[in-house]
Design a protein around this ligand. Structure first.
Ligand SMILES: NC(=O)c1ccc[n+]([C@@H]2O[C@H](COP(=O)([O-])OP(=O)(O)OC[C@H]3O[C@@H](n4cnc5c(N)ncnc54)[C@H](O)[C@@H]3O)[C@@H](O)[C@H]2O)c1
Length: 275
């Protein structure tokens, strides 16, 4: 299998850790060729910490002209919407972290059709949750899927939900349910908090039927995701208590590790477990 050339979109928490994993040889059969971040100097800053010498860009036109095989999006839902189709049309595979963007069914089917026309792949890591293999296995038997996400107020701060809602995060003194609704809505109003709801929906019964509950807990020291899925197969209860990543309290450390493992398995043609 020829070496996979990697381009990274977004040089923040996940993008930096991915770049370092490739740079330090943790991913056999992979090389890092380009970095792109919308913030001027960000890609260059990350480049200066690496042994290898990828191209660094603050514009998409420059980035896409560099010779990578797979673009890893670790930026924002907006980046997926803006660049996803163009990347596929240019014959590049993509790995998507900001999975909430795929909750828009029209956009998703356009991406999938473009990928199929161009013979490209779209990869979605399991991210900050577990049990996606089991959810996929019982997909056609599912009757209900509920995700309860509990985070500290500081890990929820900045979400668009608070722009139109009277809830004041700093006034919350005890564990409080602040949102209940379908995943289709949750990923829009908490775009940086519940990408896992989109992953779960894609694997299971879709964004309209998957229910999401968001709990703000001032005592929380972890990002906790609890999935309960029921159906004719029985019941699945999956709980993940994630340590937040040091660089970004919204992003769980497991999401970073899942991104690294997903990219490793894409680049390495050897044995795959669970995919
Ligand atoms: N799938 C999951 O389970 C999961 C888990 C955690 C985070 N995420 C998502 O992954 C993404 C990255 O997370 P992070 O913790 O690394 O975030 P981060 O904020 O630490 O870094 C994001 C970087 O992307 C850059 N960026 C934003 N929009 C861009 C654009 N349009 N073009 C180019 N660069 C852009 C920012 O400048 C920033 O440097 C976020 O969207 C986050 O919500 C997904």
């Amino acid at each position: 299998m020829p070496e996979k050339r990697i381009g990274i979109i977004g040089c923040g928490t996940i993008g930096s850790q991915l770049a370092m994993a490739v740079d330090t040889g943790k991913m056999p059969n992979a090389s890092l060729v380009s970095l792109f971040d919308i913030i001027e100097g960000s890609a260059q800053d990350l480049k200066s910490k690496l042994q290898s010498s990828p191209h660094a860009y603050s514009d998409f036109a420059g980035f896409i002209s560099s010779g990578f095989d797979i673009a890893v999006e670790a930026a924002s839902q907006d980046a997926v919407r803006k660049f996803g189709k163009t990347l596929l049309e240019a014959g590049r595979d993509i790995m998507i972290m900001s999975v909430g963007a795929l909750a828009d069914g029209v956009f998703l089917s356009d991406l999938v059709q473009t990928a199929s026309k161009k013979g490209c792949r779209i990869y979605v890591p399991t991210g900050a949750i577990a049990g996606i293999d089991a959810i996929r296995s019982v997909k056609h038997l599912l009757e209900s899927v509920t995700l309860t996400t509990t985070k500290s107020p500081k890990a929820l701060a900045g979400a668009p939900f608070f722009e139109t809602n009277k809830i004041k995060l700093d006034a919350i003194s005890k564990k409080t349910v602040i949102y209940e609704g379908p995943a289709s809505e949750a990923v829009k109003i908490f775009p940086a908090n519940v990408n896992v709801a989109a992953v779960l929906s894609l694997a299971g019964i879709g964004v309209d039927k998957t229910q999401v509950r968001i709990v703000a807990d001032p005592a929380a020291t972890t990002n906790r995701h609890e999935i309960v899925a029921t159906g004719r197969f029985g019941e699945l209860c999956i709980t993940v208590n994630n340590v937040p990543s040091p660089g970004n309290p919204k992003t769980s450390f497991l999401a970073v590790l899942s991104a690294i493992e997903c990219l490793r398995s894409i680049c390495d043609d050897g044995m795959r477990i669970g995919s």
